[in-house]
Design a binder for this molecule. Structure first.
Ligand code: NAD
Length: 548
C-alpha cells in the first residue's frame, strides 16, 4: 500500500464516488474507505475488480436488447470508467457492436430520448467568438484526441443533428478499448449549426439548436475558429473529423491536413481498412494488386477516400498514377463517373474517366469487368442477385465489400453474397454479419471495421506526439493489418485478423505506424531503441489504481 500525504486534488466521500475516473465503488479497500471519507457510504463487503466485472455481466445478461445494453454501459462509464473499459475489453467481439455500429446508430436516432448525462463539449454556432473559452470549461487540460462531428451524415442514417454525439463518444471509447489511448486525454465534440431533419426539429426531446443548418462562409469561419481554438487550448491535440456530409468533409480535410494534426476517419480510416481487406484478399487469390479493377457504388467521402488510397498503393506496386486511376471506377446516384458529367464535385473529378455514360450498375460491371465491388452508397440491397451473379461470372473469387452502415443500409448481406456466388465471394461488410452455412461449409464473413485502423494510428500519433497525420500512415497501417491475417484465417475465408485480439493487433499496427512517423520526421519525441516497449509503456490499462 502506498503511504504518504494524499494528493490535494483527490476528491473525498460522495464526490469521489461521483468521479468516474477514480471511482471504484465497492472495490475501495478498507484503508481507502477510512482515509477518503467513504465509511458508511458503501456496504461492508469489499469487492475485487473481478467480482465487480461479474456483477456487470450478470446485469447485462438481464437486458433483453442491445439498446438496453448500450444505455447500461454508457451509464456505467458515467459511474466507474475503469469498470466500463474492463467490461468492453473483456470481450471485444461481443461489445464492439454495442458500443459502436450497429447499436450506436440506433442510439443516435433516439439520443435526445435516451440521454442520461451529457458527455463532451457542445459548440453551438450561436456561441461564435467564444470557442476557446468553452474548450477551457473542459476539466482536463492535456487533451490529445478530439473526435468532432456536426452530425450531418451519421453512419448511413443522414442528418441527426446533435443526436450524432453518440458517434464521437463511441469512437473515443474504441481508441481506449482497442488501443489503450488514455481516456482522460480524449474529448468528444459536437459542432451544432442546426439540423435539416424535420422530425428532430418537431421532437420536443431534441436537444440541439432548432434551426436549419448554417452553411457557407459563416459555417467555414466557425470551423476555422474551432480548429484555431483547439491549437491554442490543447496544443498537442489531434483532431479527428467524423461523419460530416461530404460537401464539408472533403474541403475540411483539404483545408487543414497540412496545417494541423488532423484526419478524417470516414475518408482515410475507411480507406485504410478497405486497402487492408484488399491486400489480404489478394493473399487469398494469389493475384497481384496491379491487375485488379475496382468498381465503387457510391462516390462520396468513403468511396473517393478508398479510391485515392488504392491509387497510391497501386503506385507503390509500380503503376503510374494514370494507370492506377484507370483501375478505379466510381458509380454514384447519377451513374458512372465519366468526364462528360457536369454534376461532379472537385473531389470526384479525378475519378471521372473518358468513357460513355452508364446508368445501370450491372451494365457497368459487364463492361468494366471489375475484380472487386465496394459498396459505400448507404443504399440497402443495391448489390442484388444480378450484381453478385455478374461478379461471380467474371471472377473465380469476386471481392464483394458492402461497406455501408448500419446493417440495415448494407448493399447486401453475407448470406446473399455467398449464396449468389456459390460460396466464392471474398466478403467483408461495414457492420457485422453472423457466419453463413452453405451446404456443408460454414463461411465466416469479414468486417471491414475501421477499428482495425484508427485506434492504432491514434496510439502511434499519441505515443510519438506526431505533428501531422499522413496518407502514408494509413497505408502502413493497412499493410500491417493485412500482414496479421494468419494462413489459418485466410483458409477459413477471413481477410481481417480476429476482433477478439484487437488490442494486440493494434499494438503491432501502431509500432509500424510509429516507425513511419519517425522516418518522416513528424515525431515530437526522440526515437526509442525499443519501439514496441515504448508504445506499450504509453498505453492506459483498465485496472483500479490504489489511491492511498
Ligand atoms: P456520402 O454521403 O459522402 O456518399 C454517398 C454516395 O452514395 C454518394 O456518392 C451518392 O451519390 C451515392 N449514392 C446514393 N444513392 C445512390 C444510389 N441509389 N446508387 C448509387 N449511388 C448512390 O457518404 P460516405 O461518407 O461516403 O458513406 C457512405 C456509406 O459508407 C455510409 O453508409 C457509411 O456508414 C459507410 N461507411 C462505412 C465504413 C466502414 O464500414 N468501414 C466507413 C465509412 C463509411
Amino acid at each position: 500500500m502506498t503511504k504518504g500525504p494524499l494528493p490535494a486534488d483527490l476528491p473525498r466521500g460522495m464526490d469521489l464516488l461521483h468521479t468516474p475516473r477514480l471511482n471504484k465503488g465497492t472495490a475501495f479497500s478498507e484503508e481507502e474507505r477510512e482515509a477518503l471519507g467513504l465509511v458508511g457510504l458503501l456496504p461492508e463487503g469489499v469487492d475485487t475488480e473481478e467480482n465487480r466485472l461479474r456483477r456487470v455481466m450478470l446485469q447485462l445478461d438481464k437486458k433483453s436488447t442491445d439498446m438496453g445494453r448500450y444505455i447500461f454501459l454508457q451509464s456505467l462509464a458515467d459511474n466507474d470508467r475503469t469498470l466500463f473499459y474492463k467490461a468492453i475489453m473483456s470481450d471485444p467481439v461481443r461489445f464492439m457492436p454495442i458500443v459502436y455500429t450497429p447499436t450506436v446508430g440506433e442510439a443516435c436516432r433516439t439520443y435526445g430520448h435516451i440521454m442520461r448525462r451529457p458527455k463532451g463539449i457542445y459548440l453551438s454556432i450561436n456561441r461564435r467568438g467564444r470557442v476557446a473559452e468553452i474548450l477551457r470549461n473542459w476539466p482536463e487540460k492535456d487533451i490529445r484526441f478530439i473526435v468532432v462531428t456536426d452530425g450531418e451524415r451519421i453512419l448511413g442514417l443522414g442528418d441527426l443533428g446533435t443526436n450524432g454525439m453518440g458517434i464521437p463518444i463511441g469512437k473515443l471509447n474504441l481508441y481506449t478499448a482497442c488501443a489503450g489511448v488514455p481516456p482522460r486525454m480524449a474529448l468528444p465534440v459536437m459542432i451544432d449549426v442546426g439540423t435539416n431533419n424535420e422530425a428532430l426539429l418537431r421532437d420536443p426531446l431534441y436537444l440541439g439548436l432548432r434551426q436549419p443548418r448554417v452553411r457557407g462562409p459563416e459555417y467555414d469561419s466557425f470551423l476555422d475558429e474551432f480548429v484555431t481554438a483547439v491549437q491554442e487550448v490543447f496544443p498537442s491535440c489531434c483532431i479527428q473529423f467524423e461523419d460530416f456530409a461530404n460537401i464539408n468533409a472533403v474541403p475540411l480535410l483539404q483545408r487543414y491536413r497540412d496545417k494541423v494534426c488532423c484526419f478524417n476517419d470516414d475518408i482515410q480510416g475507411t480507406a485504410g481498412v478497405a486497402v487492408a481487406g484488399i491486400l489480404a484478399a489478394l493473399r487469398m487469390t494469389g493475384k497481384p494488386l496491379a491487375e485488379q479493377q475496382f468498381l465503387f457504388l457510391g462516390a462520396g467521402s468513403a468511396g473517393t477516400g478508398i479510391a485515392s488510397l488504392i491509387v497510391q498503393v497501386m503506385q507503390q506496386a509500380g503503376l503510374s498514377e494514370a494507370e492506377a486511376r484507370q483501375r478505379c471506377w466510381l458509380f454514384d446516384v447519377n451513374g458512372l463517373l465519366v468526364e462528360s458529367r457536369n454534376d461532379l464535385a472537385s473531389f470526384q473529378r479525378p475519378f471521372a474517366h473518358a468513357a460513355p455514360p452508364a446508368n445501370d450498375f450491372v451494365t457497368a460491371i459487364e463492361s468494366l469487368k471489375p475484380t472487386g465491388i465496394i459498396g459505400v452508397s448507404a443504399v440497402p440491397r443495391a448489390f442484388n442477385q444480378l450484381v453478385i451473379e455478374a461478379m461471380a461470372r467474371l471472377n473465380e473469387r469476386p471481392i464483394i465489400f458492402p461497406y455501408s452502415n448500419p446493417t440495415s443500409h448494407a448493399e447486401c448481406t453475407a448470406e446473399e453474397a455467398y449464396r449468389w456466388s456459390e460460396g466464392r465471394a471474398i466478403f467483408a461488410s461495414g457492420s457485422p454479419f453472423p457466419p453463413v452455412r452453405l451446404g456443408d461449409r460454414t463461411l465466416i464473413p469479414g468486417q471491414g471495421n475501421n477499428v482495425y485502423i484508427f485506434p492504432a494510428v491514434g496510439l502511434a500519433v499519441f505515443a510519438t506526439e506526431a505533428t501531422r497525420v499522413t496518407d502514408q500512415m494509413f497505408i502502413t497501417a493497412a499493410r500491417a493489418v493485412a500482414a496479421q491475417v494468419s494462413e489459418a484465417d485466410l483458409a477459413a475465408g477471413l481477410i481481417y485478423p480476429p476482433l477478439s485480439g484487437i488490442l494486440e493487433a493494434s499494438i503491432h499496427v501502431a509500432v509500424d505506424v510509429a516507425r513511419t512517423i519517425f522516418a518522416a520526421g513528424l515525431a515530437r519525441v526522440d526515437e526509442p531503441a525499443d519501439l514496441e516497449a515504448f508504445i506499450r509503456s504509453r498505453m492506459w490499462q483498465a485496472h483500479y489504481r490504489q489511491l492511498i
